[in-house]
Design a protein around this ligand. Structure first.
Ligand code: FAD
Ligand code: NAD
Length: 464
């Protein structure tokens, strides 16, 4: 094969693209991965999952030192914030992760082609002057921040998630537009560090798409921590004239306007597929009605030999979903028959306590007319949670009424993001609530709430 001929050219080195490239190389393919950012790892490693979790972890420690340790009999002196050091921690974590992908590319002999790619014809990807020949092309170009009409993001006073990960000082006040995942995670970071944060959400609830009970409980807990919520409210303007920003707020249903003055505004109203500059139309790659690349069940686009995965296509915009699709498409190209089970993809919101879910919500089951039973167990009744002083929240298991098969699990509580793994595995194996209830769970662990919730599905929890 000539130097510029590849079995596979992947466009984009986020979790979808880099994992796809590595898996294809493992399967013996000659692979190039084109990335226009200066570092590998995509949104997730550079400006998404990883830096946000580094700041969530660090800000949680700061908050705990100031507010949580005394209850354990640990006296600390004056707790002071060194924001520069906290940011340095975040940057170090990002650096280690993106360099890790570089190492993995070298190890697996994936060629990293630097620059912006466009599709230049069947089996051809152009990067600057260079044209790569490819037997197959995978588009993994991810997503970008959705703008909000009338609100000009300058990444200083009005920031996207990227700017919110890099503020040079703790603002006195902050408005977060959008009560979704990014909004709540970044609101948590800056609220813990001392900002007075208000979340403005268009709908009448936060975390739309998650189980209603979970979203209500999460709002209650975050409000108790000091975050203010303005639901059913839309932002219709932003004036950057003075020292801060004056937002114009309007009830979503219409009515009298009001003003909210803050130092910094975060716009977190969603993300949209990033497909600009790829020359998709010329290549015959169709988009769906939401501007995502349309694919069939095997990730094939409307153009033969061109596949797409991750945030650029339909489905939840999650790193692990992109990764699983990356593996699947590489295996399909190698003649295997992989499958991504979209019914068992966990989602986690890394607030404190965390929020985690897998499978159907109660609202979805009702809408589908599925008969189900609910088992719930609160962390207040769990010994380990009491020992940790972290008793907020519950585990809620939804199981099919006739077969007892687990259809969905929703958790608000300490380490919910880790607890959900057991349930994703259970769902992958088609487990019943009874299977979980009869599995021995170590004592004393937070996981015992999962067992108790499973017992509660059948009305026989022991500890409540
Ligand atoms: P991306 O990671 O967006 O990568 C696409 C890459 O393609 C980019 O590097 C881009 O530069 C490159 N690219 C685009 N066009 C071209 C081109 N023409 N030529 C060359 N390169 C190109 N998900 C989770 O699961 N857990 C989390 O905790 C989480 N936290 C998040 C926090 C924030 C603040 C944000 C913004 C997102 C978060 N996400 C999280 C979502 C997660 O980052 C995405 O779902 C994931 O990155 C999608 O992976 P991807 O490979 O599809 O695309
Ligand atoms: P989102 O879709 O989760 O939330 C956006 C919120 O903004 C919604 O609640 C929506 O109703 C609201 N909204 C929309 N327009 C509005 C308006 N004009 N005024 C007020 N509110 C408005 O989107 P996001 O929080 O921006 O996150 C983007 C993507 O990134 C998500 O799909 C998410 O999956 C991913 N992400 C995941 C994680 C994680 O897994 N922990 C973390 C961050 C981001």
């Amino acid at each position: 094969m000539a130097g510029d001929s590849f079995d596979l050219v992947v466009i984009g080195a986020g979790p979808g693209g880099y994992v796809c490239a590595i898996r294809a190389a493992q399967l013996g393919m000659k692979v190039a991965c084109v990335e226009k950012r200066a570092t590998l790892g995509g949104t997730c490693l550079n400006v998404g999952c990883i830096p946000s979790k580094a700041l969530l972890q660090a800000s949680e420690k700061f908050h705990e030192a100031g507010h949580g340790l005394a209850a354990f009999g640990v006296k600390v002196g004056k707790v002071e914030l060194d924001l520069a050091a906290m940011m340095a921690h975040k940057d170090k974590v990002v650096d280690a992760n993106v360099k890790g992908v570089e190492f993995l590319f070298r190890k697996n002999k994936v060629e990293w082609v630097k620059g912006a790619a466009r599709i230049a014809g069947p089996g051809k990807v152009a990067v600057g002057e260079r044209v790569l020949e490819a037997r197959a092309i995978v588009i993994a170009t991810g997503s970008e921040v959705s703008p909000l009409r009338g609100i000009d993001i300058d990444e200083k006073k009005i920031v996207s998630s990227t700017g919110a990960l890099e503020l040079g000082a703790v603002p006195k006040s902050m408005a977060v537009i959008g009560g979704g995942v990014i909004g709540l995670e970044m609101a948590s970071v800056w609220q813990r560090l001392g900002a007075k944060v208000a979340v403005v959400e268009f709908l009448d609830r936060i975390l739309p798409g998650m189980d209603g009970e979970v979203s209500k409980q999460t709002q209650r807990i975050l409000a108790r921590q000091g975050i203010e919520f303005r639901l059913s409210t839309k932002v219709t303007g932003a004036d950057k004239g003075g020292a801060g920003v004056a937002l114009t707020l309007e009830p979503a249903a219409g009515g009298d306007k009001s003003e909210l003055k803050v130092d910094v505004v975060l716009v977190a109203v969603g993300r949209r597929p990033h497909v600009e500059g790829l020359c998709l139309e010329e290549a015959g790659v169709a988009l769906d009605d939401k501007g995502r690349i349309a694919t069939d069940a095997h990730f094939q686009t409307s153009a033969k030999g061109i596949y797409a995965i991750g945030d650029a296509i339909a489905g939840p915009m999650l790193a692990h979903k992109a990764e699983d699709e990356g593996v699947a498409v590489a295996e399909i190209l190698a003649g295997q028959k992989p499958h991504v089970n979209y019914d068992a993809i966990p989602g986690v919101v890394y607030t404190w306590p965390e929020v985690a879910a897998v499978g159907a919500t109660e609202e979805q089951l009702k809408q589908a007319g599925t008969e189900y039973r609910v088992g719930k167990f609160p962390f207040t009744a769990n010994g380990r949670a009491r020992a940790m002083n972290m008793t907020d929240g519950f585990v809620k298991i939804l199981a099919d009424k006739a077969t007892d098969r687990v259809l969905g699990v929703h958790i608000v509580g300490p380490n919910a993001g880790d607890l959900i793994a057991e349930l994703a595995l259970a769902m992958e194996f088609g487990a019943s609530a009874e299977d979980i209830a009869r599995t021995c769970h170590a004592h004393p662990t937070l996981n015992e709430t999962v067992k108790e919730a499973a017992l509660a599905v059948d009305g026989r929890p022991i500890h409540i």
